[in-house]
Structures are given as structure tokens and as C-alpha cells.
Design a protein around this ligand. Structure first.
Ligand code: PHE
Length: 344
């Protein structure tokens, strides 16, 4: 058996001398020194020897094992050196190859528009008030002067939940009530805020309408706020977005929570009022619904309408982004198609 050990050692050393790769190294290690390797098996068989031979056999076996382990380490260093040399030789850098593109994230087009709005309204002294997206029926409708069964509820198809009275807000206007109650000091303090956020409508999804989109609400409450302030403010906003010479017009309209109400149009920036596809050949593009806060709404917010007044407006940033970039389908906004999103 001792002889067998010596033969195996010689054989192992001969084979090791031929090893030239990491894979071969690993195979060699497994074959001789691994758990079921030949040397290991021989060492294990020491028990089969007569007692008096065991000690010398064990000693020699250990020596051989150590010698092979050392030889392995030496060979390993050599193989690694060779592989490195080969890598350096073959892996020369080809400076004519195109670089790897660095993927940068970008801001969603809606986020870009929202941030532009924040800047503009911020410059005019409007702070951001974040109101909830999950609303109760009262705040979304009733407190805004839209009682149950009021036909105006049909204007905004609603996502109801299985919990009575809990709905997804159909517009950002309920935030008016919350902002007045939260910031108004029981009807003693002026307010100037915008309320941006997502709104939800239970509608057929088409190129023109989505079930979710952003609105940016505006609310100003003070002691002598008039329709003139509203018109001047909307005109100033339009000039910031569409340029110094942008023309605006105001159209009488109706919302239950404002009185009087008006819609704000800006002259079509594409055709300059001539009429084109973007403005549907009207020459004008609608940018906001607005009006003077209805006395009932002021009261529901905690203000005495005899002393306080205010204006409110609501804008749709997706619509405005679509007009600006000639996007003809609102479904692109939440489809997460990078080919669309990366254009902005
Ligand atoms: N909430 C209205 C809508 O969603 C817009 C609006 C807001 C109108 C504020 C007037 C004042 O259509």
C-alpha cells in the first residue's frame, strides 16, 4: 500500500505538470485531493493495515499529501499568471469600438409640466397643498355645492368603492374644502395655494380620455378678491407658459362651486389663431376652468362670504402637454412605453 501511495504521487505530479487551465486544475484537485480523491482514499484505508505499519504509513501519507498540496499551489500560481498574460495579450483595447451607452433616467413629461407649473405659481405666491386622492362623497361633491342627485354629478363619472361614502376623487376641487379648513384658521386667514395631483374618472379609455390624469387646482381666498384678480392671474400664467404675446380670452361657463364661472382659452400657439388640427380649427385652446368661489363653498370652508371672497381654477397638465408636443393619444402617458417617454 505504501508503494501504491508512491506511485499515485508520481502519477499526480506528472499530470499536474501538464495542467494549463483553471478548469484542469480543479479537475486535478478533485481527482487526487478531493473528498473522494485517490490520495484521500488511500489515507482513509490506513485502518486496513496491520497495527505496526499504520504509524509509518500515516506519516508518509501526510508528507505526500502536503507535498501535493504545495505542488498544486505552485501550479495554480503559474496557471493564473499565464491566464493573465493571455488575457492581456488577447484583450487589447480596441479604441475604435463605440462606447457603451450610459442609460440615464428622465422625467416623465407630466412631471416636467407639473414642475413648470410649480415654478410659475410659486413665483406668484402660491404654495403647494397636497390633498388626498381617496375622498368621501361629501367633500368631493356635496360640500362643493353638488348635492346628491344634482345633475352636475353626471359630468364626472365616479369610481365608487365597496366602502360607503369612500370614492376616488373625480377632481382636485375637494382639496379646496380641505385647504380652507386646514389653513384658514376658522375663516380668519387668507390662502393662496395650488393643489396638484391625480384624479380618477370611471370612463371609457380612448385616445381623448383616460381613467386617471392630473389636475392642478388653484385657490386664493382673501378680503377683496375680485373677478379682475382672477382674470389678471390667469393671463399672467398664460404669458409665462405661452410667451409674452400670448392672447387669452374668457368664456362664461358653469361649475356648481364657482359663481360666476368662466373658462380660460389661450390663442392657439401653433396656428396663431388661424385654425388648425391642434385647436380643432377654433384658433383657441382651453387651458382652465375657473370662477369666483361660490358663497356656499366659502361657508363650508369656514369663511363668512359677507367678508371673504376668492377665486379658484382647475387645469389639466396632460391636455396642455399634448397640445404643446402634438401628442394625439392620452393613453401614451401611463403606458410606460420608453419609446414615448424618452422623447422628452
Ligand atoms: N373641478 C373642475 C373640473 O374638474 C375644474 C374647476 C376647478 C373649475 C376650479 C372651476 C374652479 O372640471
Amino acid at each position: 500500500m505504501l508503494n501504491q501511495l508512491e506511485v499515485t504521487q508520481q502519477q499526480a505530479l506528472d499530470e499536474l505538470a501538464q495542467v494549463n487551465s483553471r478548469e484542469a486544475l480543479r479537475a486535478w484537485e478533485l481527482k487526487y485531493l478531493g473528498k473522494k480523491g485517490q490520495i484521500t482514499e488511500l489515507v482513509r484505508s490506513v485502518g486496513q493495515l496491520p497495527k505496526e505499519e499504520r504509524a509509518s504509513f500515516g506519516k508518509r501519507a501526510n508528507e505526500i499529501k502536503q507535498a501535493l498540496t504545495a505542488a498544486y499551489a505552485e501550479r495554480e500560481a503559474l496557471v493564473e499568471e499565464q491566464e493573465l498574460a493571455r488575457d492581456l495579450e488577447e484583450g487589447q483595447i480596441d479604441v475604435t469600438l463605440p462606447g457603451r451607452p450610459v442609460n440615464r433616467g428622465g422625467l416623465h413629461p407630466s412631471t416636467q409640466t407639473l414642475r413648470q407649473f410649480y415654478d410659475i405659481w410659486g413665483d406668484m405666491g402660491f404654495q403647494i397643498y397636497r390633498s388626498r386622492e381617496v375622498e368621501d362623497d361629501d367633500t368631493n361633491f356635496t360640500l362643493l355645492n353638488i348635492p346628491p342627485h344634482h345633475p352636475a354629478r353626471d359630468m364626472q363619472d365616479t369610481f365608487y368603492t365597496t366602502t360607503p361614502n369612500v370614492i376616488l376623487r373625480t377632481h382636485t376641487s375637494p382639496g379646496q374644502i380641505r385647504a380652507m379648513r386646514d389653513l384658514g384658521g376658522n375663516g380668519t386667514l387668507p390662502i393662496r395655494v395650488i393643489l396638484p395631483g391625480m384624479v380618477y374618472r370611471y370612463e371609457q379609455i380612448t385616445a381623448r380620455s383616460e381613467i386617471q390624469f392630473h389636475q392642478v387646482e388653484g385657490l386664493a381666498i382673501g378680503r377683496n378678491i375680485t373677478m379682475t384678480d382672477l382674470k389678471g392671474t390667469m393671463a399672467a400664467f398664460a404669458r409665462r407658459v405661452y410667451g409674452e404675446n400670448a392672447r387669452v380670452r374668457f368664456r362664461a361657463s358653469y361649475f356648481p362651486f364657482t359663481e360666476p364661472s368662466m373658462e380660460v382659452d389661450v390663442e392657439c400657439f401653433l396656428c396663431k389663431g388661424e385654425g388648425c388640427r391642434v385647436c380643432k380649427y377654433s384658433g383657441w385652446i382651453e387651458i382652465a376652468g375657473s370662477g369666483m368661489v361660490h358663497p356656499v363653498v366659502l361657508q363650508n370652508g369656514g369663511y363668512d362670504p359677507a367678508e371673504w371672497s376668492g377665486f379658484a381654477f382647475g387645469m389639466g397638465p396632460e391636455r396642455m402637454t399634448m397640445n404643446k408636443h402634438g401628442i394625439n393619444d392620452i393613453r401614451y402617458f401611463w403606458a410606460n412605453d420608453l419609446r414615448f417617454l424618452e422623447q422628452f
